[in-house]
Each structure stands twice: as structure tokens, then as C-alpha cells.
Design a protein around this ligand. Sequence first.
Ligand SMILES: Nc1nc2c(ncn2[C@@H]2O[C@H](COP(=O)(O)OP(=O)(O)OP(=O)(O)O)[C@@H](O)[C@H]2O)c(=O)[nH]1
Length: 86
Amino acid sequence: MESSLEFSGSLGSGGSSLWSRCRTFKVLVIGDSAVGKTCLTHRLCAGDFPCRVESTIGVDFRERQLDIHGERITVSCVSCFCVFLL
Ligand SMILES: Nc1nc2c(ncn2[C@@H]2O[C@H](COP(=O)(O)OP(=O)(O)OP(=O)(O)O)[C@@H](O)[C@H]2O)c(=O)[nH]1
């Protein structure tokens, strides 16, 4: 997990929202083939279940931006079949 401060306002905006917090959460989803890793991360990042999926070759990467209480959150999901970690 990493955290950073990001410049989000203009110099003339008064300063109260000059800097906003921006955090990134990295989620690694691992498991056997065809257990639903791609569907799970697709649901999280796109908001729905894919009607058709193909077996992932390598790794599948998805990202979702959230705004929670004025804080920008990025969720980065990487899913891969266990064999790529051996
Ligand atoms: N019934 C049911 N089927 C699911 C669910 N999640 C996924 N599936 C089905 O399971 C199959 C495999 O789903 P994937 O998301 O591709 O699985 P995966 O683990 O990413 O597979 P690989 O890409 O081969 O590693 C697909 O036919 C999906 O439609 C679930 O919650 N319920």
C-alpha cells in the first residue's frame, strides 16, 4: 500500500483545498484457474459481472477510482493464476 499527496487546486483558489489526499490500494487476487478471479475484480472495478469471460493468460489488471469523503482512492487489482508466482 502506498500513499501520496497530490496537488489538486490552483494557486488562486484560497488554499483550503490546495492539497488533497490521494491513496492507492493494491489488491492481489490469486487462485486456481476458473475459480472466478476475473469476475470478482471485474465486479469490483466495473460494477457488474461480465457476461462472457475467457481464461486469463498472464495477469489481469483493473483499476477503480473512488471518492470517499473528499479523498481520492485508487484500487488497483491484479489477478493471476498461482503458477505465475511459483
Ligand atoms: N456460478 C458462478 N459462476 C461464476 C462466478 N464467478 C465466476 N463464475 C464463472 O466461472 C468461470 C470462470 O470465471 P473467471 O472469472 O474467468 O475465473 P478466473 O479464476 O479468472 O479464471 P482464469 O482466467 O482461467 O484464471 C466463468 O465461466 C464465470 O462465468 C460466481 O460467483 N458464480
